[in-house]
Design a protein around this ligand. Structure first.
Ligand code: UDP
Ligand code: MG
Length: 330
């Protein structure tokens, strides 16, 4: 199986038949492509499940709809689809006709050129400026700066991934938009591709401005996981050492003041606060040590390596016997 197309669906009943038609057309235009199509209904309360049932029955084999028991959120729906996908390449796409299936052939071409991730970029985004485009620009800039992976459009769902780069990445919260940053951290080769974007014709968007806050919090988690998940003692311990140094400077200042001007050390408010800072510093180092133990449990219990191999190159030549002790042999 070459391609798995994964599509999260939440209350998109009017869009589904049109979308399905467009997808079959786009996939049919690639000769010899073995594909599967996975819709994940995320607990829709409209007619979407019934529409999906009809579409699946009338479709070629390898069209699947997974109906989740309730609304778990777009990220969870995507995770369910990825767990069921068997293709070498996984493409994610929205169900609301804002992404265009006609971009899929081009994405597959880029994957065949050797890229591991093809990141769709809605160059001409068709959404409200103040509530959607502007927050999204700020978020993209922030995510790019913090993760060091510079993409124009983290929020665009339409992206293609070679399956290996997704392995081992569990999706929580609203984290599907951080998959490219994660993929980069395991050494994926990435490219951006401008894709079409259409205004929403049927149904409503499921998100508002509150998503920005969730994205910010997820960004902190992702940054920590990518940069420090193998060495948590560095940020915690680093902070601990800084706190202890601050507290020692304060104490030294109090001591010098006592010696020069006979001002009491213990009566100064700096005395108790410096002790507090010192305790915080030691706590922080201890927290780092506990996190270090957790990291070991995490990797060793799941036999998860701390590295990823792209390819193994091996000589096919027969090995010549190596003379280890040339001097001793006649
Ligand atoms: N979606 C979902 N579960 C949710 C919210 C959204 O599966 O709880 C799906 C939705 O049906 C659509 C995609 O995720 O296919 C993106 O949603 P939406 O178009 O509302 O987001 P926007 O494009 O406005 O960012
Ligand atoms: Mg949309």
């Amino acid at each position: 199986m070459k391609l798995s197309l994964v599509i999260p669906v939440y209350n998109e009943s009017e869009n589904l038949p049109i979308l399905h038609e467009q997808i079959l057309q786009a996939l049919g235009s690639i000769p010899g492509l073995a594909w599967e199509l996975i819709y994940v209904d995320d607990g829709s309360t409209d007619q979407s499940p019934a529409v999906l049932e009809k579409l699946v029955q009338a479709s070629p084999a390898h069209t699947v709809a997974l109906l989740l028991r309730r609304n778990f959120g777009q990220t969870a729906a995507i995770a369910a689809g990825i767990d069921h996908a068997r293709g070498e390449v996984i493409i994610l796409m929205d169900a609301d006709l804002q992404n265009d299936p006609a971009d899929i052939p081009h994405m597959l071409e880029m994957i065949d050129q050797g890229y591991d991730v093809v990141s769709g970029w809605r160059e001409n985004r068709q959404d409200a400026f103040i509530t959607r485009v502007l927050p999204s620009r700020i978020a993209n800039w922030l995510i790019s700066t913090v993760t060091g992976v510079h993409l124009h459009d983290y929020g665009c769902t339409l992206k293609a991934y070679r399956r290996e780069v997704l392995a081992g990445f569990r999706l929580y919260g609203e984290m599907h938009r951080f998959i490219p940053a994660y993929a980069h951290s395991v050494g994926a080769r990435m490219v951006e591709l401008p894709v079409r974007h259409h205004p929403r014709r049927y149904g409503k968007t499921k998100y508002g401005l509150t998503r920005t806050i969730k994205v910010l919090l997820d960004l902190i988690t992702v940054k920590f996981l990518i940069s420090y998940s193998n060495k948590p003692i560095y940020p915690f311990g680093g902070m601990g050492i800084v706190l202890i140094l601050i507290s020692m400077c304060l104490l030294l200042f109090l001591l010098v003041r006592r010696l020069l001007f006979q001002i009491s050390v213990t009566e100064s408010p700096f005395f108790s606060s410096s002790l507090m800072v010192m305790i915080l510093g030691f706590q922080s180092i201890l927290l780092g040590l506990i996190a270090e133990m957790q990291v070991r449990t995490y990797h060793e219990s799941q036999k998860k390596p701390t590295y990823t191999i792209r390819k193994r190159l091996e000589s096919t030549q027969e090995a010549d016997p190596v003379d280890v002790y040339p001097d001793r042999n006649p």
